[in-house]
Write a new protein. Structure first.
Length: 461
């Protein structure tokens, strides 16, 4: 009786046997020795060494000859090989995650780095010496640009102004149906409110000032922010007349749509920096009549850079190259092309370029910041801002006097424009090349806008 606990399992605790004696039965489960579990799970190179003939000095287990030195060496080699393979897999996964993060969350810095690298390789292959003339000065812009800039593959095929009418480019439905074609005549019974798309830093405020001060237009713009009335009202502040809606935000545009702003006939012009969202205010019957002032993409991007230096503490003190490399979303990247096509993020292709140019050709009266006086003349003519049909007798004499006052107002505002040249970046520098790479498509869109502007001037003449 008293020996059951001590003889049942060699090496177990005497208290365990005493417990089973007290219960009046012998244990039926015998746990294996702990060393058996360790032997089953440990790597062969870690087993207790055995004799070369395969025998073991241990009475607990036998490895049947696996302790020979050559067997242990092969096992260790195999283990090292497996460890190296695992490390390689982990390294590749980390590299893939890094690339994915750089592409989708790196705010464009990864792409800019690749662009810069491509430029450096291109210049290193050709050298800078060929860009200098005998006097040590750089050649003219066109000659230097051909040698210094790493142009995309499609650039050479876009030297001529394309015949977009022959391409039959398809526009987005909201642009196709909610914006009137420039060549379409106004139809009776329709409210076709002019829509002025304000591209930032493009001289558009000059045209806006003329509409406010000279023509006394009622505008729907950001000036109406903060109003919550359930009806459209015309308010005036500091000589500006405006409708009590905000066209600069999504929530404001929703409210404007609820109040039927575009079909009400209340505003003389709708002004916004947003394009596609504003078009939702219109419909197929009451369409928008769109016009815009465009500026050279590099000039606009450089202007934004200098503005950010003053207003944004995060980029204060940066050189242009640093700004482009580290500025992220602040850096201009084909702004006009993206807004005209609705492709605000992601990659752009040649079909986006064709679509942007087709939108300008069919849907916009185009002005240029480089020639604001003639831009105002084009807008005045195309939108009939100032009716020229009166004569010098009767009631029309008063109309002619009013027309003369409006033209005088035009001259005063345009004459007050500064002759000071806007800030520029030296052609051929690294910053200039990086800006070019960020705005390839916009450069071609602007080139096409210049072509359209010349055609408009012919109509005015």
């Amino acid at each position: 009786g008293s020996g059951v606990g001590t003889n049942t399992l060699e090496g177990t605790n005497s208290n365990f046997g005493a417990y089973n004696n007290s219960m009046g039965r012998t244990p039926t489960f015998i746990a294996p020795p702990p060393t058996s579990f360790r032997v089953a799970t440990r790597h062969p190179s870690h087993h207790t060494p055995l004799n070369y003939d395969g025998s073991s000095n241990s009475s607990t287990f036998s490895l049947m000859g696996r302790g020979r030195p050559e067997t242990l060496a092969m096992a260790r080699k195999r283990q090292r090989r497996h460890d190296s393979f695992l490390r390689l897999i982990v390294a590749l996964l980390c590299l893939a995650l890094s690339f994915a993060f750089a592409l989708f969350y790196g705010e464009g810095k990864f792409g800019l780095s690749l662009t810069s690298f491509a430029y450096e390789r291109k210049i290193a292959a050709g050298g800078y010496d060929q860009l200098l003339d005998k006097g040590g000065k750089t050649n003219h812009y066109m000659n230097a640009a051909e040698e210094m800039v790493f142009y995309p593959d499609w650039w050479a095929g876009e030297k001529e102004i394309p015949d977009l009418a022959a391409k039959n480019v398809q526009l987005l439905p909201i642009v196709e149906y909610n914006v009137a074609d420039v060549e379409d005549e106004r139809k009776e019974g329709r409210v076709e409110t002019p829509f002025y798309w304000m591209v930032p830093r493009s001289g558009g405020n000059v045209v806006r000032t003329i509409m406010n001060q000279c023509l006394r237009f009622v505008e729907a713009s950001e000036l109406g922010a903060g109003s919550d009335e359930e009806v459209l009202l015309v308010e005036e502040d500091d000589g500006k007349r405006f409708v009590n809606v905000d066209t600069s935000t999504s929530s404001g545009l929703e409210r404007a749509k609820t109040l039927d702003l575009a079909t009400s006939g209340v505003p003389d012009v709708i002004i916004s920096t947003i394009f596609h969202d504003v078009l939702a205010l219109f419909n197929q019957e009451n369409r928008a009549r769109a016009f815009v002032v465009l500026r050279h993409p590099l000039e606009r991007a450089i202007s934004k850079y200098y503005s950010d230096l003053v207003t944004d503490p995060e980029v204060a003190g940066m050189t242009l190259t640093q700004y482009i490399r580290e500025g992220g979303a602040r850096v201009e990247n084909n702004y006009v092309t993206r807004f005209l096509t609705g492709q605000y993020g992601g990659a752009l292709g040649m079909h986006h370029l064709d679509m942007a140019r087709e939108v300008l050709r069919r849907k916009f009266v185009v002005g240029l910041a480089s020639d604001l006086p003639r831009t105002v003349r084009v807008f005045d003519y195309m939108f009939q801002w100032n009716n020229r049909t009166g004569d010098t007798s009767g009631e029309d004499a008063d109309a002619n006097d009013e027309m003369a006052k409006i033209y005088s107002c035009y001259d005063d505002i345009l004459g007050a424009l500064s002759d000071k040249s806007p800030p520029k970046v030296e052609e051929g520098t690294e910053g200039w090349k990086l800006l070019m790479a960020q705005n390839w498509l916009d450069l071609k869109v602007y080139e096409y806008a210049e072509f359209l502007f010349q055609k408009e001037l012919e109509k005015v003449k």
